[in-house]
Design a protein around this ligand. Structure first.
Ligand SMILES: [Zn+2]
Length: 367
């Protein structure tokens, strides 16, 4: 039977949530274990703590896929003096790989927040704070009779996707000039002779994480010995990548019935929320985990409520009668991330089991 390596699993997860989409403070990726190990089974969890490593040992899983990275701040000693060190020591002793998929999974439009939006039943969803610095533009010059082939290869490699539009490009015909030297082996023209060729200037956008794939497609299909191209990093916002999400309820609801429904959807006995604004709830902003930094964006997007977690006392005042802030708890807000990860892994890999942990890792209880 075909075997699967840890690297194959993590590469696949990174096609869904590229590591380059993680925030600068984060520590996503393979934290323990060897990428070439064969995967025996995957345990999916929100937090990777010691009891989760125990569960992985008991269920014969040698890969733990966790949302939160257990190694976050860096370790200078490994003496088992705290839960982080003990977790890492136990994982290493038992040949268990730990992989973290954190803010990169928060920032993709099919990630943590989409799962929450689906649970709440939001429609017309979009990213609340689109990310900059994740797009590039390729400009290249292709002889006219090869243009279709090269552009098709670039599109197949993932270039030219903008929002709901695929196969986007800009093209203009012009004249290219070049003079091959004695060492050249030109596709068109002769050594030492100035050539003038009808070429198409093609401009095409792509996500930065696809850079090497796009350049490979360009070089494999472009007929010239020396391919002329420019790459530009763009400051444009990437509408499909970023923090938080906003959407709408199909029918506006009064605040209290909405919050009661939310309590049952998110399996929580306690929601901390600010004063009603007097408006019904129609536009709903969400951010799984600590999301108070997004409150200004939620207000600017005219959300009636912002559902998130880890709000501090003084941050609740910032609702300021413009919006309702509802803090549903960090664990509660991200609990469906386990389902999301199990679904994507089970869809792709069938030769080993992907299960999600039965251990409740929430460190907080309510009475
Ligand atoms: Zn979190």
């Amino acid at each position: 039977m075909a075997t699967t390596t840890i690297k194959e699993v993590t590469n696949y997860l990174e096609t869904i949530a590229p590591k380059s989409y993680q925030e600068s403070y984060d520590n996503c990726g393979l934290l323990t274990g060897d990428p070439i190990w064969e995967v025996k089974g995957i345990l999916v969890t929100l937090d990777c703590i010691e009891s989760i490593v125990d569960e992985a040992i008991a269920t014969k899983c040698n890969l733990i896929v966790a949302h939160h990275p257990i190694l976050f701040r860096g370790l200078k000693k490994l003496n088992g003096q705290n839960y982080v060190e003990r977790t890492i020591i136990k994982a290493i002793k038992n040949d268990i790989a730990i992989y973290a998929i954190h803010t990169n999974l928060d920032n993709v439009s099919t990630g943590v927040n989409k799962k929450i939006a689906d649970k709440i039943g939001l429609i017309n969803v979009s990213v609340l704070q689109p990310k900059t610095g994740t797009l590039m533009k390729l400009t290249t010059f292709i002889p006219i009779d090869k243009k279709e082939e090269v552009v098709k290869a670039l599109h197949s490699a993932g270039a030219g996707n903008i929002g709901n539009y695929q196969n986007c490009s800009f093209q203009i015909v012009g004249e290219g000039t070049f003079q091959p030297n004695e060492k050249a082996s030109p596709t068109i023209g002769r050594k030492g002779k100035l050539e003038k060729v009808q070429e198409v200037r093609v401009e095409i956008l792509f996500a930065t994480n696809l850079k090497s794939k796009i350049l490979t497609a360009l070089k494999e299909t472009h007929p010239y010995e020396e391919v002329a191209y420019y790459l530009h990093s763009l400051e444009n916002e990437n509408q499909g990548v970023g923090a938080g999400m906003i959407g709408e309820l199909e029918k506006p609801m009064e605040l209290l019935p909405f919050l009661n429904g939310l309590k049952s959807i998110m399996n929580t006995s306690c929601i901390r929320y600010t004063s009603p604004t007097g408006s019904k709830i129609k536009r709903v902003a969400i951010c799984g985990g600590a999301g108070s930094f997004l409150l200004p964006q939620a207000i600017a997007a005219k959300a009636d409520i912002f559902i998130s977690a880890d709000f501090k006392y003084h941050e609740f005042f910032d609702a300021d009668g413009k919006i309702v802030v509802a803090d549903i708890g960090h664990y509660e807000s991200e609990q469906y991330t386990k389902d999301l990860l199990s679904e994507v892994l089970n869809e792709k890999f069938t030769t080993f089991a992907t299960t999600f942990s039965k251990t409740n890792t929430n460190p907080i209880s309510y009475i």
